[in-house]
Design a protein around this ligand. Structure first.
Ligand code: ZN
Length: 316
């Protein structure tokens, strides 16, 4: 039995194509249709037509997480088809107005990145960068959005169980279908996903890497046979890939700990030392990774963050 068909949808981002999964049951559902570009839409239209599906036939779009490469074209598909767009409750408010979300992030991270030692000129470049792309994810009207939460089962022609897998993005969700899981960017075969920093909830910045690693361990206990990721090939040995991802982060954490033991450093200095060649376009991801590991070391009592205007990590 064909479980789904996969369309490689082009994106203008460095990550390359995004995987859109076409689920055909009592209706037609697309998991992660891609960004709102002409290229992406033309690819979807052509590939669906080869399956005897018109865009107008789409009943459901499922969004694993609110990143432009995954959801942007959902609104165009909805305009043509009247489909329902399903996403986690934490993702829905972002999908309603991605641009507003970006502007909230911009204000928050401008302050945070400066506190973490990044020179303000560079901070300005970093926080402006995503602004050029927000039009790739036009607002989706609230009435078309169907929020779900952890443990819900949604019927999109086939039944999917929603498993919140936090860390990579707000509301990041994996969807279980029998022995397989659609993982979005939570688990990938060829890349170790980056749990990027996110806006505070109830005044506290979420410790995204810690949350990510925790949910990665929970994923292991689900005992699924296959994972269908948002980018790249199928993960045919999820247990091995999960272990690899956990080990990778453990060794990064240890290396960062050693770097702070040598002498106190800011997150920006740690990033520069870890990846001397890192381009400004990757700064946000680099800072997210460093701060994510430092969050864990801080919680374990291994390091302390000190200072007012500019903060420095000290070994404790
Ligand atoms: Zn992605």
């Amino acid at each position: 039995m064909v479980e789904h068909r996969r369309i490689s949808v082009p994106t203008p981002f460095q990550v390359g194509d995004v995987n859109c999964y076409v689920l055909e049951g009592d209706s037609v559902a697309l998991v992660d249709p891609g960004p709102d570009t002409e290229d992406a839409y033309a690819t979807l239209e052509n590939e669906l037509s080869d399956m005897d599906i018109e865009v107008e036939d789409v009943d459901h779009v499922v969004v694993t997480h609110p990143h432009l490469d995954h959801f942007g074209v959902a609104e165009l598909i909805r305009e043509r088809s009247g489909c329902t767009v399903h996403a986690d409750e934490a993702a829905v408010s972002i999908l309603e107005d991605y641009d507003a979300y970006y502007h909230r992030e911009k204000r928050y991270f401008k302050i945070l990145l400066e506190e973490m030692g990044m020179p303000s000129q560079k901070v300005n470049v970093v926080v402006e960068l995503p602004g050029a792309y927000t039009m790739l994810g036009p607002p989706i009207p609230s009435r078309a959005l169907e929020p779900h939460e952890d443990g819900d089962t949604i019927d999109v022609g086939v039944e999917l169980t929603c498993i919140e897998t936090p860390g990579h993005a707000p509301g990041s969700t994996s969807y279980r279908r029998k022995d397989a899981l659609y993982t979005g960017d939570h688990l990938l075969e060829e890349i170790t996903p980056n749990p990027t920093m996110q806006l505070p909830e109830d005044g506290e910045r979420p410790r995204t890497l810690a949350l990510y690693l925790e949910s990665m361990k929970e994923l292991r206990d689900l005992d699924v046979e296959l994972c269908h990721p948002g980018h790249g090939p199928v993960v045919d040995d999820p247990e091995e890939r999960i272990q690899y991802t956990l080990d990778h982060h453990e060794s990064r954490k240890q290396k960062l700990h050693q770097m702070v033991e040598e002498q106190p450093k800011t997150a920006y200095e740690l990033m520069q030392e870890m990846w001397p060649e890192i381009p400004a376009t990757e700064y946000f991801f680099g800072m997210s990774e460093v701060i994510g590991h430092m969050d864990i070391l801080e919680a374990d009592g291994d390091v302390e963050l000190r200072g007012d205007e500019v903060k420095t990590y000290h070994s404790s």
